[in-house]
Ligand binder design. Structure first.
Ligand code: ARG
Length: 266
């Protein structure tokens, strides 16, 4: 069973602006946000068969719902993130405590390196891809590669709307990737193409990338994807994936959707 770390959106709101999606004037509707989050959880548990681990939300840390940014977990080792913006740095201690309480061996990077967890590190069993420049530092990847003994291909994120790798790149269990090429520079696009032949690259159209089509959760042959992404849904279904659409527009006000709201624990 796939286990995911999640955190209820009890204190979720737009308190600050650290990416182009966030506008303090664009307030979250709390009841709607909780309803959307619960609907996502129901799909993950009842349709996809995932197991959930919940951590307690903290008042004053509105972005803690985005557990993808807690760190990276491999086996019993958890490497805790170091956030670029002070607004999110206070989350680090809570994520670290949760990992320790669950018995994970907790690892950290050097103090001067920013790294925002599974939001910027995704991949296939032996090759990983690391997004950098907007949030994580490229210098984090050689260290992560050494710790986890995986090859990491760094990809520069050039469009501020796609500030974490998981907003524009989603590896699928069958070895394909769902992605929005223009979020990467030509060198990054070439690096992706070198690793994944054309028939394994599923290109998401811009209007759906802007509805967070790439911020999907893939578990086995099932993909949970934000609502209103018909072309992406069709692409996935043509490859034999079963899709589940979930409305997550309250979370898009903060620059996140399905994938950001989960952290894979195995
Ligand atoms: N407001 C949050 C931030 O800007 C959203 C994080 C979304 N997380 C993700 N993995 N893409 O940090």
């Amino acid at each position: 069973m796939s286990r995911l770390l999640v955190c209820r959106p009890d204190y979720f709101q737009i308190d600050y602006e650290i990416n182009p999606w966030m506008r303090r004037t664009n307030a979250v509707d709390p009841a709607r946000a909780i309803g959307q989050w619960q609907a996502l959880m129901d799909v993950l548990v009842h349709d996809v068969g995932a197991g959930l681990e919940q951590m307690r939300p903290v008042q004053g840390l509105p972005d803690m719902v985005f557990t993808a940014n807690a760190g990276v977990v491999v086996g019993r080792r958890a490497l805790v993130s170091r956030f670029r913006y002070p607004e999110r740095q206070r989350e680090e201690a809570y994520f670290e405590r949760w990992f320790r309480e669950q018995g994970y061996e907790v690892l950290t990077l050097d103090k001067n390196l920013y790294f925002e967890g599974a939001g910027d590190l995704l991949g296939f069993p032996d090759t990983w891809f690391g997004g950098y420049r907007q949030r994580s530092d490229i210098q984090a990847f050689p260290r992560l590669s050494e710790i986890f003994q995986r090859e990491i291909i760094p990809l520069e994120l050039i469009d501020t709307r796609f500030y974490h790798l998981d907003t524009c790149f989603c590896p699928l269990s069958g070895g394909e990737v769902l992605y929005f090429p223009s979020a990467f520079d030509s060198y990054g696009q070439a690096a992706i193409a070198q690793r994944l032949p054309e028939d394994r690259r599923l290109v998401v159209p811009e209007e759906e990338a802007l509805r967070f089509a790439c911020n999907a959760v893939c578990i086995g042959k099932q993909v949970v994807i934000p609502a209103a992404c018909p072309r992406t849904t069709q692409l996935l279904e043509s490859r034999g994936y079963r899709t589940y659409a979930v409305q997550l527009d309250e979370f898009m006000k903060s620059g996140g959707a399905a994938k950001c709201l989960t952290l894979a624990l195995d």
